[in-house]
Design a protein around this ligand. Structure first.
Ligand code: C5P
Length: 238
């Protein structure tokens, strides 16, 4: 099991591309994330192959459906042996609780997506939510914790206030990370790995800075070096 905070996002459209990349990585230095694109292309067989190579897998399928359907999907994912999976907090209390029951605490980590960072105030208004996105994020994080989930996905900028309000034991997983001087791609609000951890992040989801690097393993080593030994500024340390 890796003590790295880095989760490499395998945002590829085929198993071949994903495996070509992971053979250049080291399971002692990272975990990997499989999202909707790659899972749709390559399915559970790829998850098994990644695990056979020694990688712990975050299955990022963001389940959102009626409670029993989500619970059953979570149970299957846990049965595959994934390390972490996620659901949409907007699915509500009964859905979150059903997911937690299907994946008991202490087995696979079960986290929630609060609001997608692509949702702006006007998008919320379109669906009848007139609150500030920050308030919605805080409310959904509370709901996720109240339902026994292990944590949430959030931006490194949201991490700061969530770490303060949710306390030390709640897992914060943050994408939108760029090493200093790296290409932003289409990410707009980014933080460096160090800033994200100081803000309270436990795990950093990093895709293209590693997957598109000329030398992915060197970049991974550099990012691990940058993030080792840093604590959350709120005083907690993992
Ligand atoms: O390549 P990059 O580091 O931008 O990849 C980030 C990963 O995190 C992608 O898999 C992306 O889907 C995911 N993500 C994100 N922003 C969010 C939520 C998830 O970039 N708000």
């Amino acid at each position: 099991m890796s003590d790295s905070r880095i989760i490499v996002a395998l945002d590829f459209s085929s198993e071949r591309q994903a495996l070509d990349l992971v053979v250049m990585l080291d399971p002692a230095l990272c975990r990997v994330k499989v999202g909707k694109e790659l899972f749709t292309a390559a399915g559970p067989q790829l998850i098994a192959k990644l695990m056979a190579l020694g990688f712990e897998v975050f299955l990022d399928l963001k389940f959102h459906d009626i409670p029993s359907t989500v619970a059953n999907a979570c149970k299957v994912a846990a049965g595959m042996g994934v390390w972490m999976m996620n659901v949409h907090a907007l699915g509500g209390r009964r859905m979150l609780s059903a997911a937690r029951e299907a994946v008991p605490a202490g087995s696979a980590k079960l986290i929630a997506v609060t609001l997608l960072t692509s949702m702006e105030r006007s998008d919320l208004s379109d669906i009848g939510l007139e609150q500030d996105p920050k308030e919605v994020v805080a409310r959904l994080a509370w709901l996720a914790r109240d339902c026994g989930l292990d944590g949430v996905v959030c931006s490194a900028l949201e991490a700061q206030s969530l770490r303060k309000t949710m306390g030390a034991g709640f897992c914060l997983v943050t994408p939108g990370i760029r090493p200093a001087n790296a290409a932003l791609n289409e990410q707009k609000r980014v933080t460096t790995p160090r800033e994200a951890i100081e803000n309270g992040a436990d795990y950093l989801v990093i895709g293209r800075p590693i997957t598109q690097a000329e030398d992915p393993i060197s970049m991974l080593r550099r990012l691990n070096d940058e993030t080792r030994g840093i604590g959350h500024k709120t005083g907690t340390r993992k």
